[in-house]
Design a protein around this ligand. Sequence first.
Ligand code: PEP
Ligand code: MG
Length: 596
Amino acid sequence: MTSRSLVLRGIPASPGIVIGRAKVLSDRGEVQASFRLIYTEEERTAELARFQGAVDQAQEDLSLLKEEIAGEFPEHAHLLELHLLILKDQMLYDEPRRLIRESNLNAEWALNQAFEKVKALFRRIEDPYIKGRIQDVESVYRRLLGNLTGKNPRRHFNAPDPIIIVARDLSPAETTQMTASQVVGFITERGGKTSHTAIVAQSLEIPAVVGVDAATQRIAPGVELILDGLTGRIIVEPGDDLRRTYRNRRQEFELFKGEVAAFSNLPAITPDEQRTRVMANIELPEEVAVAKKHGADGIGLYRTEFLYLRLRHVPSEEDLYQDYRRVVEEMAPLPVTIRTLDIGGDKFLSPLDYPQELNPALGLRAIRFCLKEQAIFRKQLRAILRASAHGPVQVMFPLISNVREMREARELLAELKEELVREGLPFDPRLPVGAMIEVPAAVTLAGLLSREADFFSIGTNDLIQYALAIDRGNKQVAEMYQPLHPAVLRMIKMVVEAGREAGIPVAMCGEMAGDPLYLPILLGLGVTELSMNAMAIPMVKHVIRSFEVQEARDMARHALELVTVEEINDYAAREMRQRFPEICRFSSALAGNLVT
Ligand code: PEP
Ligand code: MG
């Protein structure tokens, strides 16, 4: 390699190669309002004009952004509409102007004081929905402050160059909002392969690299970048040679994707005729189209919390019912597995105003949260039941760690079924109810839980995190996040055996299920339903169609005889390289050393 461009390394989080200009998002917390007293009439006029300029700029940016996304994401457009209204609100528009005029304050401090007053007002509000709107006020406040301080580089929506976002961190909700057409890639300093930001980037089919050390400091705004979401490499200011190399590689990848796409609509059957259901994970109803395009045999995991995050308030039963019904009707006759609210951990529902937890991953999340906040849970369960009248639906509960949680959730479901009968509302009375196995305790109790569940779905993203004590979103330990760890393989085996004994299906819906490297071993262990990011489906079908079950069983047996994760990784990679050299070039788990 002759060029002397800077190469940064991170964790490949969403596949694809893109070239674009860096848009570096500075930390929201960094912009602080400065305080200054103004003395002269000229200064006052200048401050008023600066404030007006910031408002005008915000108005223009918000309107442009709204137009950009109105067609594809109407919910976000509503949100921006609200921000435009807030911009003109008395409290945030008239009050700062009054403070500049009458209290001799500079524009930033006047705005800050006005915002503090709004905050105090909102603190006294009881209604959680209205209370939650303070987030929107804050967002507008930050936008104005950023404009005043010049820390908000103007968005150039019509700029010809594609944009690669560079940020310390992006929340899953922010990631879903990055839908402006020029955003072609994400780079973050935080995060791991299975962090929710990575998952959302994959569903949006936007290449991403996460866990890039000091990216926001090492990448200057506006520079040209190559983002390789297959290997996790970022090339800053590439020379002509590198640009050519990566353009070729991108072409090869697109060609490969085209070839693999031929498998989308074929059944996932091994040559010795064992059928595996290959399903899609989705976060938003819009993704159903993507799932169908890639040949999903159904939705194996609908992560429902994203609607709550997107609306930023607790949706009504009707909102939820309409949302689920849309997914179910669009997928029918294929099944949809709806996972109940998995809030907490790295996904927060801020309007609820819960105290911050020291260890959110071990805190009040998922089923624990739902059993505590029964009003929210009931709404969701009723909506799921009602959606089941429109096509095949299954429901499953996340983070089950004991039998009591399963029983309590099922009892509530039974109670709500009676309620719906009394109200004359239709639903599927035999709706299958599943337990997600993502905590080591649930693995140990799989035999007991199998009596309470109609199916299991192994959530390896969390199971690996909890089994190995490795934070799934922490790049410092990302190397130790090892799906083929001997302990993880044994856990999967235990769950499959418990399911088999009880005669219930065992699915897997963590990211592990969609990586070809792990596939033969998973099949060999006896997992018969896999749910993954839709993009991975064609490749997974391709691999399944070339493996005899007996071969896969032999591989799983051999993997279980090996003692260290390194040996197992080497073994799996060797086998895959021999059989599928072309896949290995483009599988992120395998491609790490292939491009220099
Ligand atoms: C998992 O933990 O594997 C899973 C599928 O759930 P999530 O990634 O939403 O936590
Ligand atoms: Mg999980």
